[in-house]
Design a protein around this ligand. Structure first.
Ligand code: 9YT
Length: 134
């Protein structure tokens, strides 16, 4: 059995702060844990408005708190985000995420992240990023 606590993890290098100033993410489960996915608690800062394109990953994102929207680039559709919303990038959808109020999100990535990923110029994560060490 593997048990971790968010407050404990936030005090380690599992907490990754994006250099773009849009978000931070505490990565509670990573590739090395062998679950086949990674699981993160992510904060999207109020006012964030940025594009992502996870060409190498699928991601499910569940909103715990806050308010915002996600827009898919291919068709311009805008989906409101509120507590209880789950959006899924099932087609590696290029998208823009906007936070009107700070949002707390639970995120699952397949394949799992290694640990230290931050977005590259295209808004994707590389597959061979460095792992974190506890
Ligand atoms: C919702 C989203 O994709 N935010 C960017 C951070 C990402 N969830 C992560 O690395 O945990």
């Amino acid at each position: 059995m593997l048990v971790r606590n968010l407050q404990d993890a936030e005090r380690t290098n599992r907490r990754v702060v994006s250099p773009d100033g849009n978000w931070e993410s505490t990565r509670l489960l990573l590739k090395d844990d062998g679950m086949g996915f990674s699981f993160h608690l992510t904060t999207i800062y109020e006012g964030a408005d940025f594009q992502m394109h996870y060409q190498n990953h699928l991601e499910a994102v569940y909103c715990i708190s806050g308010e915002g929207e996600v827009e898919t680039a291919a068709d311009g559709k805008v989906y409101p985000i509120a507590p209880g919303t789950l959006y899924n990038l099932d087609k590696h959808d290029k998208h823009t995420l906007r936070a009107f109020k700070e949002m707390k999100m639970a995120c699952v990535f397949n394949p799992p992240l290694n640990g230290k990923e931050v977005h590259n110029a295209e808004g994707a994560y590389e597959l061979e990023a460095e792992a974190i060490s506890d």
